[in-house]
Design a protein around this ligand. Structure first.
Ligand SMILES: [Zn+2]
Ligand SMILES: [Zn+2]
Ligand SMILES: [Zn+2]
Length: 347
């Protein structure tokens, strides 16, 4: 298998070659998509050569199950080409979401419960061959914050749909209080369909036996909950997941970005907007996300030394990076990556 070595990081084959795996879900096409993804997953796995060889199958992995901003693509009400083309072609991009597998214990973890939760859990089950336990389609859920693209999928665990049984859901203290006291979420707690586990900041916790997670609070539009970034670790590697953040640092915390990336092998970063030009008439200073172009400037050295290890997701439907090959080339030539649904990182 062709391999490229970059500063200790081996990318087996290329990350998804455009067109190798269709990000299209037609009615009834999920099985086909998942099978295709399972077939090529080995091609896109990353591994540290120093710690792991091709002969040893990894015990833990992270899968990317979605890469869009909360509203996905197509985006409700959007009549621009970004969404009218997608509707015409039957193309669907799901909100940012990861699946984690602990193969030694046969368990899975869903990171974010998005409005596309059924398709994302189905994909996770297909690629891992694991079906959860009893009525629970996954073994645990981990949530960053209370915005619709990140937690609204919880409704499907309720009486009207899956009616899960004490499914562990890991959240911050503030988010736990919100879920306990507001419908429809509080009914999930009262009927013991979900069981809230409160994350203590600074402490590592284990949502699955072989998976360690550290939560780092990040600034964001926090109406109902605070917002977390997660460092997710297996036996060998650590992945950072920070889909939503307003700014990498500020007067309160000048080293936030350094701390987020500390000891991280692969980072999935907020890539909501490319350079702001997708929002004509808006003052750039008021856009509450670091622009991809600005993040690329800040992390240029790291990207050069560890190509492919800094990967953008949570892209808005208007983000030109989805559709412009010249921008994708610019990103990749600078050593960054665009996260693709179905890509896998071994932990
Ligand atoms: Zn979001
Ligand atoms: Zn659109
Ligand atoms: Zn948000």
């Amino acid at each position: 298998m062709p391999r490229t070595r970059h500063a200790g990081l081996v990318l087996r084959g290329a990350f998804f070659v455009r067109g190798t795996v269709r990000e299209t879900v037609y009615a009834g096409g999920m099985q086909r998509l998942a099978s295709a993804i399972a077939l090529v997953s080995a091609l896109v796995a990353c591994s540290h050569v120093e710690r792991q060889t091709d002969d040893v199958s990894p015990t833990c992995s992270v899968w990317v199950l979605g890469t869009a901003q909360d509203g996905g693509v197509p985006h409700v009400g959007c009549q621009k080409a970004c969404c009218t083309d997608a509707r015409r072609e039957g193309l669907a991009r799901y909100p940012a979401c990861l699946g984690v597998v602990d193969r030694e214990h046969g368990k899975t973890l869903l990171v974010e419960a998005t409005p596309s939760i059924d398709a994302q859990i189905t994909l996770l089950q297909e690629v891992t061959g694991l079906r959860g336990t009893g009525r629970n389609p996954v073994d645990a859920v981990l949530l960053t914050h209370a915005h619709i693209g990140h937690y609204a999928g919880l409704v499907h665990f309720g009486r009207e749909v899956a009616s899960t049984k004490k499914l562990p859901v890991w959240v911050s203290e503030r988010m736990a209080a919100f879920l306990r006291t507001h419908g429809p979420w509080k009914q999930l707690v009262e009927l013991e369909q979900i069981e809230l586990h409160t994350i203590r900041l600074g402490d590592e916790f284990r949502p699955l036996p072989a998976i360690r997670v550290r939560a780092i609070p990040v600034p964001h539009r926090d109406e109902y909950s605070d917002t977390m970034a997660f460092q997710i670790s297996g036996p060998n590697r650590t992945v950072l997941f920070v889909p939503d953040i307003d700014r990498w640092d500020d007067d309160h915390d000048e080293r936030r970005l350094d701390r987020l990336l500390d000891s991280v092998d692969v980072a999935y970063l907020d890539g909501t907007f490319w350079d702001g030009s997708e929002l004509p008439g808006r003052d750039l200073a008021e856009i509450p996300h670091p622009l991809i172009t600005a993040t690329m400037l800040r992390l240029a050295d790291r990207a050069r030394h560890m190509p492919g290890s800094l990967r953008f997701l949570h892209l808005n439907h208007t983000n030109p990076l989805w559709r412009e090959p010249a921008l994708q080339r610019r990103l990749e030539e600078a050593g960054f990556g665009l996260a693709r649904r179905g890509e896998q990182v071994d932990l």
